[in-house]
Design a binder for this molecule. Structure first.
Ligand SMILES: [Zn+2]
Length: 431
């Protein structure tokens, strides 16, 4: 488990972890040396108390740190079910102070909606009275509450500018998409959104091949020049088995081809998330999917029992039952022409007659009926004829609204040139 977690970490994190490991290794060699040194110099004595230096962030704190009785900011983690009153009680502050603080103006009302995991900084004087409070609302906003007079507090919100910069990543798939994406420094969030953006065109579970490649331009957010978090993917290109797909983000939050057709289509190529599918190409070469498809008119996705299976498209459940061949199975009718079939579930999640949305959970992978091991057997029928869901030609996606077309074309042109630029940069680096 630990190993798997380590493998999934971005390389940056791995480097950080190995850095820590090295640091602790070095520590092992230090103790005997430093113990001798302190004995010789006789600076530290056993049983005597010493002031530990404070972490100083501001001139005010510096002044306090130099004082005889320094005030120290104390951090209180917000846990589930916490309220300001509960935290103040832990900090040995009075209910009166809770009342005064929560009435310190409009901004102070934000303290009524604290979320678990966040933390509250309190500066308490030597009489045990609250001097000031600070609470990070977001990466860019901090709430400050300061004592004015005896029983009155004032609140203010400090806002910092969020800078957005573009970064890019590029990779070629050797044996699986996840590893190639991690190697390209893509975050888990970006890996999943990339698979989502192209999920209508590419089967990420079984359709990727060695030599497939991707090229991504994404946002990164900074505050005071410090990296805070990654933002949206604004443009991406994926080359799958020689076919290139390009997606551009528009203001409406959706992705379109450079020509302005929605990436969103009536069917997802795979009814399971690729992250659940054992995706070693080598293994697959011994069991060519194509051959298996011809043999039994469906695609098999080997996955652990309990893996969620989703509806490939919007539709209506026309069958949800059990028999000894198909096990627990679900059939969905999509419009007039299309039917999708999902077999061998361990458990079904929908009933006959129910309307389902694309991506909605319909059951869990199992091995009920005639199945040698847990897998999803998936069939795709067009006008009653079995077709390969991974290659069948599907209805063209909706184009962007005419009124937006000109504006989108401008964005698309810029993004495509950014994608091409990153390709040139990478070519130059790798030369
Ligand atoms: Zn099958």
């Amino acid at each position: 488990m630990v190993q798997r977690t380590l493998k999934r970490l971005p390389t940056k994190h791995k480097a950080l972890l190995s850095g820590f490991a090295l640091f602790f290794l070095l520590l092992l060699f230090i103790p005997t040396e430093s113990a001798k040194a302190s004995k010789n110099s006789q600076i530290l004595e056993v049983g005597k108390r010493y002031d530990v230096p404070l972490i100083v962030n501001t001139p005010k704190q510096l002044a306090q740190a130099l004082d005889d009785e320094p005030l120290q900011w104390q951090t209180f983690k917000v846990t589930k079910g916490d309220t300001l009153a509960k935290i103040f009680k832990r900090a040995k502050l009075t209910p009166q102070e809770t009342y005064y603080v929560s009435n310190a103006g409009k901004d102070a009302k934000r303290l009524l909606k604290m979320r678990p995991g966040q933390s509250l900084q309190l500066l308490i004087d030597d009489q045990g009275k609250l001097e000031s409070l600070s609470y990070e609302l977001s990466a860019t906003q901090t709430l400050h509450i300061k004592r004015q007079e005896a029983n009155s507090f004032a609140s203010s919100i400090e806002s910092k500018q969020l800078d957005t910069r573009l970064n890019y990543a590029q990779g070629e798939i050797k044996n699986n998409f996840w590893n190639a994406a991690v190697k390209a420094n893509l975050s888990e969030k970006h890996i999943m959104s990339l698979a989502g953006i192209f999920g209508w065109d590419i089967d990420f579970a079984l359709g990727l091949r060695e030599g497939d490649s991707f090229n991504v331009v994404f946002e990164e957010h900074f505050v005071d020049g410090e990296y805070v978090e990654s933002g949206k993917i604004v443009a991406a290109e994926f080359i799958n088995q020689g076919e290139a797909f390009t997606a551009i983000l528009y203001d409406d939050g959706n992705y379109y081809t450079p020509e302005g057709r929605s990436m969103r289509k009536s069917f997802l190529r795979a009814p399971v998330n690729f992250k659940y599918i054992s995706s070693s190409f080598k293994k697959r070469r011994f069991h060519p999917v194509q051959k298996r498809w011809k043999a039994h008119r469906g695609v098999d996705y080997a996955a652990n029992k309990g893996t969620p299976v989703i509806a490939a498209g919007d539709g209506k459940v026309i069958r949800s039952t059990y028999d000894k061949y198909n096990g627990n199975h679900v059939f969905i009718q999509h419009g007039e022409k299309y039917v999708t079939k999902y077999l061998h579930f361990t458990k079904r999640a929908v009933k006959k007659g129910q309307t389902v949305k694309q991506g909605q959970l319909i059951g869990y992978v199992g091995s009920t009926g005639l199945a040698s091991g847990p897998h999803l057997h998936y069939e795709f029928l067009v006008n009653g004829v079995h077709r390969n869901p991974r290659t069948v030609t599907l209805p063209k996606a909706q184009p962007i609204a005419k009124s937006k077309a000109a504006q989108f074309a401008k964005i698309a042109e810029k993004r495509v040139s950014q994608l091409n630029n990153t390709k040139r940069i990478m070519l130059a680096i790798n030369r």
